[in-house]
Design a protein around this ligand. Structure first.
Ligand code: NAP
Length: 288
């Protein structure tokens, strides 16, 4: 029921039409008894500052921020969490007395999703495919979670080198190694890797595409984690499974970034049971 005490949250971005966040957040509100509604808001670039100020003036409890504003929104915040600042991107704004504080729940979300899927990070040798904004954040998260070695494979070597330089500097050790995508052929024989697919290659509608098509690569993959969730099974995931590895998509990352945002807004701790129920519900909604 919406009444005089209902609190509002929302998503700002462009586009927002295909977002699953309202389904996730309103389900969580309904199942925790929080009097809260969550709506998507399409915001044009020149209106971003006005949108953030307007949401604060309207007493919004919080906002999620999606592409293309995850970095552009930072100047309009009153405060920023340290991890979000290091990542250089925020996806969650939490109301404070003076304005919104920015957080990044994408990376803690990926971490919780990987835990839930049994993809351990600590002590692992990891390959990250791609060197965009998400790959940079993933590399930082992997370093913090105790990965033994992180190799970034990218079409454009200079972008992988830039991430390696930044993360190695932040961490104070040479943990990230940049490589060209084809460099996988020089990886030591017999090693098995956790592989995180952090490019758009294979995303709907180009579902037959894959960054590395050579089946020999997949002999090196023990766990393939694709950050894409549409389609549910990407070609990358199919190739991992064909070679005997385990594969997951990015839908749980999406779920857990939303759960962590909800926890920040409301102070509720979402149980694993409710997380599983929310996952099943959101997956069903996505198929409609
Ligand atoms: P991005 O900045 O656009 O990065 C794209 C990366 O992919 C670049 O390194 C680029 O290589 C590479 N790439 C793109 N097209 C390519 C092609 N045709 N061949 C070879 N390499 C190609 O993307 P992003 O924002 O970091 O996002 C990465 C992925 O994460 C996307 O699939 C996105 O959907 C996913 N994601 C998932 C969630 C979730 O909740 N599950 C959340 C956020 C993002 P170059 O450097 O050579 O151009």
């Amino acid at each position: 029921m919406i009444d005089g005490k209902t609190r509002t949250c929302g998503l700002i971005g462009n586009p927002v039409e295909h977002t699953m966040s309202p389904a996730i957040q309103n389900f969580l509100a309904d199942h925790t008894g929080q009097n809260l509604r969550y709506l998507p808001y399409l915001v044009e670039a020149e209106e971003l500052e006005g949108a953030v100020e307007g949401a604060f003036a309207l007493n919004f409890l919080g906002l999620n921020v999606t592409v293309p504003y995850k970095s552009d929104v930072i100047p309009f915040l009153s405060d920023i969490d340290e991890l979000a600042s290091q990542i250089g991107a925020v996806n969650t704004l939490v109301r404070t007395k003076d304005g919104f504080k920015g957080y990044n729940t994408d990376m803690p979300g990926l971490c919780r999703a990987m835990q839930s899927d049994g993809a351990g990070i600590c002590g692992e040798k990891v390959l990250v495919l791609g060197a965009g904004g998400v790959a940079r954040a993933v590399a930082l998260m992997l370093a913090r979670e105790g990965a033994r070695e992180i190799r970034i494979l990218n079409r454009t070597l200079s972008k992988a080198e830039e991430i390696a330089r930044e993360v190695n500097e932040l961490e104070g050790r040479q943990i990230v190694i940049p490589m060209k995508t084809e460099g996988w052929r020089e990886l030591p024989e017999g090693e098995k890797y956790l592989v995180i697919q952090a490019t758009k290659v294979g995303m709907f509608p180009l579902v037959d595409e894959v960054l590395i098509s050579d089946e020999a690569f997949y002999q090196k993959v023990k766990f393939g984690y694709d950050l894409i969730y549409n389609p549910e099974d990407t070609r990358f995931m199919k190739l991992v499974r064909q070679a005997g590895g385990k594969a997951c998509n990015g839908f749980k990352m999406l779920l857990y970034q939303g759960i962590i945002a909800f926890e920040l807004w409301t102070g509720e701790k979402i149980s694993e049971e409710l997380a599983e129920e929310t996952y099943a519900y959101a997956l069903e909604q996505m198929k409609h």
